[in-house]
Design a protein around this ligand. Structure first.
Ligand SMILES: NC(=O)c1ccc[n+]([C@@H]2O[C@H](COP(=O)([O-])OP(=O)(O)OC[C@H]3O[C@@H](n4cnc5c(N)ncnc54)[C@H](O)[C@@H]3O)[C@@H](O)[C@H]2O)c1
Length: 165
């Protein structure tokens, strides 16, 4: 039975290990996790300025990369709230049940390790995600600019006598 491997951080080392592992029949790279999407990871894997262009085929799908017919999943795409979260929001998580459940309070996202291993993506509907994205955008909007709008207004504000307390 092949040794199944997951790689966290698909940078120089992660990609090189994958290149080598793909030459072994008894090693299976099951999943790679990084902070970007499958098409970008596939591109970086194929075009490597140090190790050269991968001679086989590399295809990107929504949540996986297929190298020479071997599928490597990119699970980040399964959890859209994590995908849209900032690095700070993603790094703020809580672990429950002795490591069986993870919860991201800032993103209101949960996952179970069993679900992840079984390949179960988030059950959130596209409609619910859209609502969350809209409310998130509204919260992130910067407060209205209260500075004088024009240089003239600024000069006038400076000329205004100050009241001493
Ligand atoms: N390259 C070396 O010779 C070398 C030697 C000793 C130790 N290391 C260490 O090994 C690790 C990897 O090295 P590398 O050269 O591949 O680095 P790299 O910068 O090429 O790759 C790191 C990858 O991790 C990803 N990443 C960052 N934060 C992440 C997160 N929260 N979740 C998932 N992915 C994330 C980045 O996007 C990047 O693709 C580093 O910690 C490095 O310090 C590297």
């Amino acid at each position: 039975m092949a040794t199944r491997v997951g790689i966290n951080g698909f940078g120089r080392i992660g990609r090189l290990v994958t290149r080598v592992a793909l030459t072994y029949k008894d090693v299976e790279i099951v999943a790679v996790n990084d902070i970007t999407d499958a098409p970008t990871l596939a591109h970086l894997f194929k075009y490597d300025s140090i190790h050269g262009i991968w001679k086989g085929t590399v295809q990107a799908q929504d949540s996986s990369i297929v190298v020479d017919g071997r599928t490597i999943i990119v699970p980040l795409a399964w959890f859209p709230r994590l995908w849209h979260g900032t690095p700070q929001e993603r790094s703020h998580f809580e672990v429950f049940g002795g490591g069986a459940y993870l919860h991201w309070p800032d993103l209101d996202e949960d996952l179970t390790v069993a679900g992840l291993l079984a390949g179960r993506p988030s059950g959130e509907t596209p409609r619910s995600l859209e609502k969350w994205l809209v409310s998130r955008k509204a919260k992130q909007r910067p407060p209205p600019d209260r500075r004088p709008q024009s240089n003239r207004a600024l000069q006038a504000a400076k000329r205004r006598p100050r009241l001493n307390a």
